[in-house]
Each structure stands twice: as C-alpha cells, then as structure tokens.
Write a protein that binds this ligand. Structure first.
Ligand SMILES: [Zn+2]
Length: 439
C-alpha cells in the first residue's frame, strides 16, 4: 500500500514538500512484490532497457533450465544460495564476495554493483536480505529471469526493514548461476532508490544519516549538524510510534532530483518526504534550493511528517491543513509567530481575497504560485498554533490524531476533545488568522 498525499509547501525556503505518505495516494505496492509473473510487463521492461535481445521473449513462465542437468528446484536453490552469499558479503564489507556471482569480464555490471556496494556501506547498511520471489522464467538463450525481494535497514539491526523487488537475470548454462543483470527498483516500487543508482558518500550522526554524491561531500557534515538539531525537536513529537532509529536524508543535485524515486518535482521544491513502508519515511533535500543555513528549518518540517504520520495506513485527503499545519507548528515551536517564514506570503494571500476564511484548506493546486502555496501553509500553521494556544498542545495532538491519523470527522473529534463544536473552534481559528494576517 502506498502513499497518498502530495503535500506542497512553497516558501521563502521553497519548502514545497511533495509528500507521499504510506497511506494516501497510491503510488503502487510499496514493499510488496511486483507482478513477477506478468510476462507482458517484464517484456516491456526488457525492451526498454535494451537487455539481451535473445532474452526478451519468455518461453515458459516458470520453467527450469532444461539442459538435462538442472531442474527448476535445483536452479532455484542455487540462485538462493548465491543471493544469500551476496547479501552476507555486503554486510561483511567483502566486495569480492559481493561480485563473486558475476563474470569477471562483465565490467559494466561489476561497476554498477560496486557503486551500489559502496553506497550501502557508506550508509552503514545493517540489514540486507535478497530472496527469490515468484517463479523463475527461462528465456531464449538460456537466460533466466528472477524477481528478487530486497529488505534492508541502515545503521540499526533492530528495525522494520524497507522492501523493494527488483528484476535480475542469470545465465545458467554453465551449471552454476551467473548474475548477468541486476536491475533497480521501478517507480511502482518508489524506485530507483538513491543508493541503487548513485554513488553516495554519507555521514552518520546520533539521529540522522545524511547521504549525497561526491559533488555535495563538503556540505554533508554541516547538513548533518543541522539535521541533528531538527531531529532532537521532531523526536519529541513521536507520540504514536518510536522515533526512527535514524532519520535518512538524501542530498540531491539536479540530476538526482529528477531521478530518485521516479518522481518529478518542480525545480523549486525544497524537499520531499518519501514513505517506504508504514513506519519508515526518507527525506530528499534539494541541494540546489536549500542553503545549509536553511537546512534545519526544512528538515524540521520534514522530520515532523516522519514522526506524526508514522504508522498511518490510510489516506487523509481532507486533512491537508492539519498535516501541514502540524509540520509547520513543529518546525516553528518555541519561536514567535511573527518570525514565521511564510508570514509575508500569508498576509498577501489573506489580503488578496483568495482566502475565504476556511480553515480546512486543501493543498495548493499544481498551478498555484509559490507565494499562494506559502499563504495556505501560513493559514494552516496559524490555525494549529491557535489550537495549541487555546486548548493546549496535548489536545491539539489528540485532535490531530483523531482527524489526520484515524480519519474521524472534524465535528466528532472537536466535540470529544475540545468539548466545543467544530464550527465554534473553526470560527475562533478564522478570527485568529485574520487578526494575524489581515484580510
Ligand atoms: Zn510538509
């Protein structure tokens, strides 16, 4: 199941956050298996990626290598062993072992796998499993196609592993399976994952892992320092689940920004949160847009999404204002309302007449200007701030839980938690926002 909502925040910082929480918009079976038996889809992929032409047609959906020696069970067992050995080699830092199943002459595959090995090791991969899933398919020329489910965690071994399923191809004519192709996760699997396609360096702190390509290496430590401060605040709002063992932040240049996770973001978006399972959400930071001095603010907002939406398995199309409002609230907790970054855009939005006084705003549409998007964030932020001022933070959190996380109606949640009808609460918030922003 996958994510849902697209959350955008344009901003002074361009904090437009396209957020795809595990509950909302269906990006496809995150963590699930791809339909490895779908020959049509596999063929299309083969063609697209220019794999060996002789391998582009499936002859049998689930057959063995009928060279008179192997049976599907034997081959399956051999490939399983190879995958186990490869995963173990990665965890042990043994590159030669990781490459052992490849042809030494296949420099393209070996350099691709070497890059992947280096990235995962830099990020301190702590759990890595590779398991066959679905049936093996023998194709012309003896190529064997196999779906492989990957499960992995960074830094901590006690974790809820992130999953993805990738396609692999093997040559099995020599009696021993030899890996010939190891593809990356498709967009349906929120792929490619950054470590699958980019050579990453990483710095690891107490609460955060920050990874990026060589181009951003000189910034990684500063971003980590900012991220650690942001994490310390976000951790306090992990009310419904344990905070993540580490927040994961990928620093993207322009190439990676349009490649990672298969999502196309506007170039001015500052960061987005990408849920990879019900409890694990990773952050991609747009290094082109976010100066190191702004990294803490942007990441505090993103980490707030990580902790407040952890475990949510449903969509929340009607709670955009609450989901973003609480992230803005956590980003700005302890600071004066009038120092709020989007305050100016909020005033412009309110005074333009485009805001009709509604508190439960929906997300800005795709044609919204950055300023208008920020204006909506400002309304959402101020409304949540008002709930805290009037009813206390813990009641605001209870209300957020009821509405955004559990999907209760505003009226029922308001009566139960604030002991006041939603219309009264909403009117009060509207007055507060108008007082702050004018309009
Ligand atoms: Zn957000």
């Amino acid at each position: 199941m996958s994510l849902v909502a697209r959350i955008r925040a344009g901003a002074v910082l361009g904090v437009l956050v396209v957020f795809a929480p595990p509950a909302a918009v269906s990006l496809g079976p995150v963590g699930g298996q791809i339909a490895s038996v779908s020959r049509g889809a596999d063929t299309a992929e083969l063609l697209k990626d220019g794999l060996p032409p002789e391998g582009s047609q499936s002859e049998e959906p689930d057959l063995d290598v009928s060279d008179g020696v192997e049976t599907s069970g034997v081959l399956r067992s051999k490939i399983t062993d190879v995958l186990d050995q490869q995963a173990s080699a990665l965890l042990q830092g043994n590159l030669a072992g990781f490459l052992a199943s490849t042809d030494p002459a296949d420099t393209a595959l070996r350099s691709q796998l070497t890059r992947r090995f280096a990235s995962l090791r830099a990020m301190r991969v702590a759990v890595f499993e590779e398991a066959l899933t679905g049936t093996l398919r023998v194709e012309q020329g003896g190529h064997v196609a196999a779906s492989v489910r990957l499960r992995y965690c960074f830094v901590a071994t006690r974790c809820a592993p992130v999953e993805t399923t990738v396609q692999t191809y093997w040559s099995a004519t020599a009696g021993q399976p030899r890996l010939t192709t190891f593809k990356t996760s498709t967009p349906e699997q929120t792929g490619p994952r950054p470590w699958e396609v980019s050579e990453l360096q990483a710095v690891v702190g107490k609460r955060v892992v920050v990874a990026g390509t060589k181009r951003w290496a000189s910034r990684l430590k500063s971003i980590l320092a900012a991220a650690e401060r942001a994490a310390a605040v976000a951790d306090r709002y992990a009310k419904w689940d344990s905070p993540p063992s580490r927040y994961i932040v990928y620093v993207a240049g322009s190439d990676e920004w349009s490649q990672w996770h298969g999502v196309r973001q506007a170039s001015w978006v500052a960061a987005y949160a990408m849920p990879l399972n019900a409890t694990h959400t990773e952050i991609v930071l747009n290094a082109q847009k976010v100066a190191v001095s702004d990294a803490r603010d942007v990441l505090q907002h993103e980490f707030a999404h990580v902790v407040t939406l952890s475990g949510v398995q449903r969509t929340y199309p009607n709670s955009w204002w609450l989901v973003e409002g609480i992230a803005e609230y956590i980003q700005n907790v302890g600071a004066s309302t009038y120092r709020y970054r989007a305050f100016g855009d909020g005033r412009r939005y309110a005074r333009s007449g485009r805001w009709n006084g509604t508190i439960p705003l929906s997300e800005p549409d795709s044609t919204a200007t950055t300023s208008e998007a920020n204006g909506r964030y400002a309304v959402a932020f101020l409304a949540v701030r008002r709930l805290v001022e009037r009813y206390g933070e813990w009641r605001m959190l209870a209300f957020f839980n009821a509405v955004a996380r559990e999907g209760q109606g505003l009226e029922a949640a308001s009566s139960a938690i604030f002991k006041v009808s939603w219309s009264k609460v909403s009117e009060d918030c509207t007055r507060y926002v108008r007082h702050a922003l004018g309009g």
